[in-house]
Structures are given as C-alpha cells and as structure tokens.
Design a protein around this ligand. Structure first.
Ligand SMILES: [Mg+2]
Length: 147
C-alpha cells in the first residue's frame, strides 16, 4: 500500500479559471493577491478528468490517497472552502483525508502529484509526479503510469 498525496489547485481544482473570471479580480488588494478573494476556493470547477481519476485511485487497493494542499494564510475562508469542496466532489470517501500545509516536505509518503514546486513540494521525500509536465500532461498520463 503506497501513500499517495494529491495537490488540489492546478491538479484537481481549476483555480486559474476561477481567478480569471472573478468579478473582484481587478479590485485592490485582490488584483495582486487573487488567492485572498473570500470564498474563491468554494466554487472551483474540476480539472478535466480529475474527478474520475481520483475516484479510481481512491478505490484502488494499492494506494492510500490524501489531498495535500496549501490554503493561503491570508485567506482563512479558503481553509474551510477546500474541506467543503472535496466533500462535494468525493463525498464520504474523502472524510479526514485532507492535509493543508505550507510545508509539503514535512509530510511522509511515497508519491506526490503536484503542478508546482512551491510549499515544499520540490523537497517531498518520495516521488514527485509533476502534473502538466511533458511526461505527465494530464490525468490520462498520470493514471496510465500509476494504475
Ligand atoms: Mg497546485
């Protein structure tokens, strides 16, 4: 059984689209810090193929899956919104399987799927699968490798 961590924004949740279309995106201070818009994390659209792929991994007997994400420190509602969003998408299956931290390198495990090196991802002790990279451009490629 491998411990598999999956990032949220840019891997499962489409934060960039929400940011680009948000009505407050040009108002200060959100123009410079769009990730601090209250409740912007509550209504994100899923990344293509992500919900199906994560369900497959959640159901796989050889992986123990957790979400490993960072919520902006200056956006307290984001911490709650991420918790509510994953329940909406995955239901009971995802109960208590959310880790929010700015130090992904301190979390012990085998594999991390992440789209960026930030918040300790690049120093994760296990294998880093870079989502959106040439090797893993989308969920089909990631699933093909993992399952
Ligand atoms: Mg990300």
């Amino acid at each position: 059984m491998k411990l598999l961590f999956i990032d949220l924004d840019g891997v499962v949740a489409d934060f960039v689209s929400a940011m680009n279309t948000h009505p407050k995106k040009e108002i200060s201070p959100y123009d410079e810090h769009p990730d601090t818009i209250p409740h912007i994390f509550r209504d994100l659209k899923p990344i293509k193929g992500a919900i199906k792929a994560v369900n497959i991994l959640l159901d796989a007997t050889n992986y123990n899956v957790y979400f490993l994400s960072t919520a902006p420190w200056d956006n307290p509602s984001a911490w709650t919104d991420k918790r509510l969003w994953i329940e909406e998408q995955f239901g009971e299956k995802i109960n208590r399987k959310l880790i929010l931290t700015h130090r992904k390198d301190l979390v012990k495990g085998d594999i991390l799927i992440d789209d960026r090196p930030n918040n300790g991802a690049k120093d994760f002790e296990g294998e880093l699968i870079t989502f959106g990279s040439h090797k893993y451009p989308n969920w089909d490629a990631v699933l093909h490798y993992l399952v």
